[in-house]
Write a protein that binds this ligand. Structure first.
Ligand code: ZN
Length: 297
């Protein structure tokens, strides 16, 4: 009897060990979903640790936009994000562009991704290309092969000749939108915007956040929509709200200073690697509601 019990216990232990070892990664599970969940739309969790119920598709082509890299199937977001892109792309036509080329938003059900991005998980993040939209009749194939442009000089200290007043106007418009929480741009763009902004009208600059990369696109992050109770709001750091809140103070100079002192920091150090990245998450790392998002029809 006791030998049977021991044997059963041993088998159970082996099964438990196997199930832990085989715990599927959340990015594989979410990456395998081609369509959104038929649920009420809501962002769940945090931008870099969550998922999205009831995402809607940004149409591949609209009157003032085209979604790029369609093979990735990341032109999905919360309704607030899709509305925002419609609005900002319409505005882009008033400053001489045909509209916007839109990069990744999120997967049909959000969640961690198998490539790129730590965030973009809740359907409230979108990448907008720096390449001005000039042609809104690009084929699927062209949308795979065309590249965006960088607006950063090769020494990384300033914007380059690709930077235009239209870029500045579009970023100001986006940052002034009450739906927007923050916008990530390469530091030279923030420096340039701080230089050219009129003295009295700089509050919107608080939302423009200098960040590594982000010279081929800018990244718009929306606030949790009203009533989205499962969505975790991002709290600003003290540094972000210091000095009147526009972020144009000395805290921005680290970029140029570091670039000018190659012995100290030859290259800006990449952010310290996190112990576990979004690609390591299993379903246990995500909010519980994400399991329902994954299994919903
Ligand atoms: Zn992004």
């Amino acid at each position: 009897m006791s030998t049977i019990r021991t044997a059963v216990a041993a088998i159970l232990m082996v099964l438990a060990a196997v199930s832990v070892a085989a715990e599927p990664k959340a990015n594989q599970l979410f990456g395998a979903k081609d369509v959104p969940s038929r649920q009420k739309s809501q962002p769940i969790g945090f931008y870099s640790k969550g998922c999205a119920a009831g995402n809607v598709q940004l149409p591949e082509t609209g009157p003032t936009w085209q979604a790029m890299r369609l093979s990735r199937n990341r032109n999905w977001g919360q309704p607030e994000m899709i509305d925002f892109i419609r609005d900002l792309s319409a505005y882009a036509t008033t400053v001489g562009w045909k509209g916007l080329y839109v990069g990744d938003i999120s997967q049909p059900r959000g969640g961690p991704m198998t490539s790129g991005h730590a965030s973009h998980q809740v359907g409230l993040d979108a990448d907008i290309w720096m390449l001005p939209a000039t042609n809104l009749r690009l084929s699927r194939k062209q949308r795979e092969s065309i590249s965006s442009i960088s607006v950063r000089s090769s020494d990384q200290r300033r914007v380059n000749g690709n930077w235009t007043q239209a870029h500045a106007a579009i970023l100001k418009r986006a940052a002034s939108d009450p739906r927007v929480d923050r916008i990530f741009v390469t530091p030279p763009v923030k420096i340039e915007l701080c230089k050219s902004a009129r003295r009295k009208d700089t509050k919107w600059l608080q939302k423009i956040r200098p960040f590594y990369g982000h010279h081929y696109h800018f990244h718009v992050r929306l606030k949790c929509p009203k009533g989205a109770r499962a969505c975790r709001t991002q709290t600003p750091t003290v540094k972000e709200i210091s000095n009147g809140g526009n972020g144009c103070d000395a805290s921005l100079n680290w970029w140029v200073t570091d670039m000018l002192n190659p012995p100290k920091v030859a290259k800006p150090a990449p952010p310290a690697p996190k112990k576990r990245s979004a690609r390591d998450y299993t379903m246990a790392d995500l909010p519980q509601q994400c399991s329902a998002v994954l299994t919903a029809r």
